[in-house]
Design a protein around this ligand. Sequence first.
Ligand code: HEC
Length: 117
Amino acid sequence: MKKILASAAMLLSSVVSFSALAAGNVDAGKAAAEKYNCAACHGKDFNTPIDPSYPKLAGQHKDYLAHALTAYKRGGDGPNGRGNAIMGAQVKPLSSLDVQNIAAYLHSLPGTLVVRK
Ligand code: HEC
């Protein structure tokens, strides 16, 4: 019985950590955003970009952000890609885990882009 309980607990914890991975880690995303200096253009609160043509990111939907970053990684030539010289260079060093984590972090910030229920 003890054995069964222990393996059930192990199974549960691996399921939990898997979903945490898929959801992105806010703290790791904050660290990555700082490391790659995303705030230099998007503003230190990610709500006050240095140029009005640069997008606000704070609070934006997580899946949208992850999708956008992945699209810049694909580039403008392929399907579902975004060709942008500035962001294309920014996303180059990001792993897909970085993308998930940064998206989770930016989504966690206060912003006016989305309606929160
Ligand atoms: C040198 C300035 C600069 C830096 C640094 C920069 N960005 Fe950007 N970012 C831009 C510009 C300009 C755009 C708009 C590009 C376009 O028109 O597609 C953009 C667009 C985006 C978008 C798409 C937003 C939307 O609403 O579709 C995301 C997400 C994003 N940046 C995230 C990041 C992240 C994460 C980093 C750090 C790894 C970063 N940016 C660093 C200038 C920058």
